[in-house]
Design a protein. Structure first.
Length: 208
């Protein structure tokens, strides 16, 4: 790795840590209020945790505020995401507040503020060789695909944007993405796939 690249990555890590630390402190009241509302409206647990692939496919535990009821809630063995999302969960997703606990993942060094979104473990074997390159960098809370359509674009387009970010990353690009993310969150855009509560599962490039 070239010295300039190492220096830039170190600067990115410092930025990530400081941003997450300051953001976590400033948003502590929001963390407390959201946690209380989740407990009152739907009980424990407050957080949703799931193993996701990180940089170089290394697994880590992703943390988010829980926005869905448990799968067995109301004696339903399996239910759709639309049925499981709580009323408060819709609000959390629309405002992206459910993503706030990922700041802890950033502090741990498992995620970055900006990078390809960490998806499901089972997707690893479904990627093409080119699509798998999205794991050459740390996953992010937000990313280039997030500000260019998020859940309203196809998986193929999402992965194309992720790879573009991997190949063209600069600190200035990260700042641009953060600012665009703030604007997207304020407007509440591109949160869900049209007609869906979430986005359909990626089944592979043949669609099967």
């Amino acid at each position: 790795m070239k010295r300039e690249r190492r220096t830039t990555l170190l600067f990115k890590r410092i930025f990530d840590f400081c941003f997450a630390l300051i953001g976590g402190v400033l948003l502590l009241p929001v963390f407390i209020v959201v946690s209380i509302v989740i407990v009152i409206s739907d009980g424990f647990p407050v957080f949703f945790t799931q193993v996701r692939p990180g940089k170089n496919d290394v697994p880590f535990k992703l943390r988010k505020f829980r926005s869905m009821r448990k799968a067995r809630d109301q004696k339903i063995e399996l239910s759709s995401d639309g049925e499981r999302i709580t009323k408060f969960g819709y609000f959390l997703r629309r405002t992206s507040l459910d993503e706030l606990p990922e700041l802890f993942n950033v502090l741990e060094g498992k995620m970055s503020i900006v990078g390809p979104r960490p998806l499901l473990m089972q997707y690893l074997e479904r990627y093409s060789e080119e699509q798998a390159r999205r794991h050459e960098v740390l996953p992010g809370i937000t990313g280039w695909a997030q500000v260019n359509g998020r859940n309203t674009i196809s998986w193929e387009e999402k992965f194309r944007l992720d790879i573009w970010y991997v190949d063209h990353w600069t600190f200035c690009l990260d700042i641009k993405i953060v600012l665009q993310t703030v604007w997207k969150v304020i407007k509440g855009e591109d949160v869900s796939q049209p007609g869906r509560a979430t986005m359909d599962e990626f089944m592979g490039n043949d669609g099967k």
